[in-house]
Design a protein around this ligand. Structure first.
Ligand code: 5GP
Length: 187
């Protein structure tokens, strides 16, 4: 079985993290999460090297210039960068794992160009109201950051039709099953 790249996109607040946790626990496949690099500051409880590799703008720029990123983008405007490290992905795949990238749509498209057999999945909410509630309820952001995330989320939703696989995260159990069925059909 050839290990694959799984690219998971969808608006902030849609519950990608919770969904992926269940998929990791239940799929029986050797999945591994790719740890991205970012210039965003860690939120309380986030650990460097586990949730992200937290870098200064200069460190990020250096890696970018030396071609260490498979893809990288400024995701929420105002200078917050996120990127997938080429080495992380290559190491995961050569160890026989399925590497999961949780990245934005621009990143997903960039990965697909370089890995045409990557499986792209888009996670969407039942409706926009549910998404707004989840984003507002998170409470870890300033009002300005929140509004920016909401605007980005709404923009991202418009790209859903470009994805081959779309999963509505309404009933978590159903969404988990759909996700696992899709990736197993690619095995
Ligand atoms: P957060 O700041 O909430 O951890 O992440 C926000 C968003 O940044 C995620 O939903 C994801 O779409 C995007 N993101 C995280 N890592 C990467 C990455 O390596 N590349 C790209 N293009 N987007 C990323």
């Amino acid at each position: 079985m050839k290990p694959k790249l799984l690219v998971v996109s969808g608006p902030s607040g849609v519950g990608k993290g919770t969904l992926l946790k269940r998929v990791f626990a239940e799929s029986g496949l050797p999945l591994t999460m790719s740890v991205s690099a970012t210039t965003r500051k860690p939120r309380p409880g986030e650990i460097d090297g586990v949730h992200y590799q937290f870098l200064s703008t200069d460190e990020f720029e250096t890696k970018r210039n030396t071609g260490e990123f498979l893809e990288c983008f400024e995701v929420f405007g105002k200078g917050t960068w996120y990127g997938t490290l080429r080495r992380t992905v290559e190491q995961g795949l050569s160890a026989g794992n399925w590497v999961v990238l949780e990245i934005d749509i621009k990143g997903a498209n960039a990965v697909k160009k370089q890995f045409p057999d990557a499986v792209l999945l888009f996670i969407e909410p039942k409706n926009i109201e549910v998404l707004k509630e989840r984003l507002l309820g998170r409470g870890t952001e300033t009002e300005e950051a929140m509004q920016r995330r909401l605007a980005t989320a709404l923009e991202e939703l418009e790209h859903a039709p470009e994805f081959e696989h779309r999963i509505v995260n309404d009933d978590l159990g159903v969404a988990v099953k759909q996700f696992i069925d899709i990736i197993k059909s690619k095995a």
